[in-house]
Design a binder for this molecule. Structure first.
Ligand SMILES: NC(=O)c1ccc[n+]([C@@H]2O[C@H](COP(=O)([O-])OP(=O)(O)OC[C@H]3O[C@@H](n4cnc5c(N)ncnc54)[C@H](O)[C@@H]3O)[C@@H](O)[C@H]2O)c1
Length: 265
């Protein structure tokens, strides 16, 4: 059987966890052909350690076509999705980790129509939450839905919505954001992808409520989802270990992509 040709955009925490898994567990299923990352030197070093030889570049350009890529895995940033996703879907399947980019409804529907027009799959993994099958099943009768995320102050550094707290000494838990998923992802684009994933499976970004709590003592990333409607109520609780190299990211995010890869084709 021919191997499936993969390209990655972004070789940070998520990509690293995935490639280590593929190397150890699925070496005969996938061929990693291309890695696009702004940081070429760091990516080269990683690939040497993994003993793989993809094309490493900071340019997307024609590599996809030249290398006959079947699936591109985006694990970089909201901007990279905005820059590349439409073009990618005209050439190959695409899996998106930076789901925050899909909070722009026009952009998301353009991606869906591109996927239909070119008969290429758009894959959105469940990421750092779950229960989305049950939430999707009741989405037409949800009267209220909220996700409460609790993170450490360190994991929020760099986000627009955290700027005013960067020199603040947190003694106790503090609610620092309350609003819609749409507002949440614009203020915390690297921290609240989960709110957008929940919105896509449920009632959309405007009607999905989000609270973000800072906890100076927390060692995990916590997400609590509550919803109610004609069906009754649902509660989901996740307390997730952080990725080894990026405290913003839960290890479950990469595991959700690995599961999609195990099921792929
Ligand atoms: N869906 C979810 O539940 C979920 C959970 C966690 C993280 N994420 C998102 O997944 C993405 C990757 O997460 P991570 O923890 O691996 O991040 P990371 O910061 O560890 O790695 C990102 C890598 O992408 C590179 N990069 C960024 N923008 C780029 C661009 N435009 N072109 C080329 N390279 C680029 C960076 O140099 C870096 O090496 C982030 O956007 C993050 O917010 C989603």
């Amino acid at each position: 059987m021919n191997k499936i040709n993969l390209a990655f955009i972004g070789c940070g925490a998520i990509c690293t966890q995935i490639i280590q898994y593929l190397n150890e567990n699925l070496p005969n299923k996938f061929d990693i052909k291309i890695i696009i990352d702004n940081n070429i030197n760091r990516t080269k070093k990683k690939c040497e350690n993994w003993n793989i030889k993809p094309v490493i570049s900071d340019q997307f350009a024609d590599y996809l076509v030249q290398n006959d890529i079947d699936l591109v895995i985006e694990s970089a940033s909201v901007n990279s999705v905005k820059n590349y996703a439409i073009e990618i879907l005209s050439k190959s399947d695409l899996l998106i980790a930076s789901v925050g980019a899909l909070s722009d409804e026009k952009f998301y529907s353009k991606l869906l129509s591109q996927s239909v027009e070119y008969n290429n799959k758009l894959i959105i993994p469940h990421g750092a939450i779950g229960g989305l099958d049950a939430i999707g099943a009741v989405k037409n009768s949800i009267s209220f839905i909220k996700i409460t995320t609790t993170k450490s102050p360190e994991s929020l550094i760099g986000s627009e919505g955290f700027k005013k707290y960067e020199n603040h000494k947190f003694e106790n838990k503090k609610l620092i954001f309350k609003g819609s998923a749409k507002e949440a992802i614009s203020l915390f684009p690297k921290n609240l992808n989960v709110a957008v994933t929940l919105s896509l499976y449920g009632v959309g970004t405007q009607d999905t409520n989000v609270e973000l709590i800072v906890d100076p003592d927390i060692k995990t990333n916590k997400h609590t989802i509550y919803l109610e409607g004609d069906f009754g109520t649902m509660n989901f609780d996740f307390s997730l270990n952080q990725s080894l190299t990026n405290p913003k990211t839960s290890a479950l995010a990469a595991l959700s992509i690995i599961k999609s890869l195990e099921d792929y084709k």
